[in-house]
Design a protein around this ligand. Structure first.
Ligand code: FES
Length: 106
């Protein structure tokens, strides 16, 4: 199973096993990663599952869909590498993926 590292808001690195097919948000919630709120449960309507994808992984995760981009407008401190973690589905080739959780969610 792919290993994903979440860097929590205080800098703690949490390496967790992810189930391919699950979303990054589900993986974070299942493992008690701090800083992911996911108020809407993955419906892409809350922007409280915001993460920053480490630069070297952007090509693998890809960018946001137009719907996700619209929702990201409601997230705090959006950057070029911002994604909503409920919109990233884990694949085997994401083994080693690193994402950072922001200090604050929308
Ligand atoms: Fe609400 Fe991702 S969980 S947008």
């Amino acid at each position: 199973m792919p290993l994903i590292t979440f860097i929590e808001p205080d800098g703690t690195r949490r390496e967790v096993e992810a189930q391919p097919g699950a979303t990054l948000m589900e993986t974070a919630i299942r493992n008690g990663v701090r800083g992911i709120v996911a108020e809407c449960g993955g419906a892409c309507t809350c922007a409280t599952c915001h993460v920053y994808v480490e630069e070297e992984w952007l090509a693998v995760t890809g960018g946001p869909s137009p719907m996700e981009e619209d929702m990201l407008d409601f997230a705090f401190e959006v950057e070029e590498n911002s994604r909503l973690s409920c919109q990233i589905r884990v694949r085997e080739d994401m083994d080693g993926l690193v994402v950072r959780v922001p200090r604050r969610q929308g």
